[in-house]
Design a protein around this ligand. Sequence first.
Ligand code: ATP
Length: 237
Amino acid sequence: KGGEPCLGAYAIHAGYGAVDVLHGIDIEVRPGEAVALLGANGAGKSTLMRILSGLMAPRSGHLRLEGTQIGAQDSRARVRQGLVLVPEGRQVFPELSVHDNLRLGGYTRRENAAARMSAILERFPPLATMLDRQAGLLSGGEQQMLAIGRALMAQPRLLLLDEPSLGLSPQMTSDLFEQLRQLRDEGMAIMIVDQMADLALNLSSRAYVLRGGHVAAAGASAQIAADDSLDNLYFGG
Ligand code: ATP
C-alpha cells in the first residue's frame, strides 16, 4: 500500500444527452492490482470504462494515471502511457489478418515490435498458427485472444477489460481467466467488468459494485464474494 495509485478516477459524473448515468464515482487501481467492477445491467460499468480509456468525456471529475492528470488526453495518448482497453465485443478488425490486427495494436510503440509480437504468440500459441487468417473468421475465443494480444502489443501497465467472457463457452472462459491470472501474476494491473462475477472476484483482490451510477459497495473481493447482500446490490431496488 501507500504511494501513487496506478489509476484514479474521482468524483466522476457522466451521462448521455439529458440522461445522467454516473453520479460521482471514485475508484482507484493500485500498481499490479486486479480490480473487479460489478453491477447489474445499466449500472454504468461500460460508461465508466469508456471514460477511463478516453473514448468518452465525463461531465466532471478527475482522472489520474500514475500521478499525471489525463482527463484532457485522448485515448491514443492514454494508450501510449500504458492504459489500454479491450472493448466489449472485442472489436478486432474483421477484414484484416491476425498478423495485421496485432501489428496495429503496436502502432503507438514502434520499437521492438517484432519481439513483442513473438512474446504474444508464445503466450497465445493458437494465434501463431493463424497469422494470415482473416480475424473475422476466428472463433469467439480466438478473437478474444487476438483482442487481448492486440492490447498487449501496446505494452500496457493497466489493462481494462469490458465483458471479455461474453459469448465464450465455459472452457474458453476458463482459459481466458487463466490467461488473465498469468498477466496479473506478471505484475500487470487489471480492471475487469464481467458478468461471470465469481470468476472476476476470484481473479481480483478488490472489487467495486456499481448500482444506479453510484459505488454501492467496495472492498476486498473475498469479502464482496461472501457478502449476502451481493444479490441485493445487483438486483435490489
Ligand atoms: P450492461 O451490463 O448492460 O452493459 P452497464 O453497467 O455497462 O450495463 P452502461 O452500458 O454504462 O451500463 O449503461 C448505463 C446507462 O446508460 C444505461 O441506462 C444505458 O441505457 C445508458 N447508455 C449507455 N450507452 C448509451 C448511449 N450511447 N446513449 C444513450 N444512453 C446510453
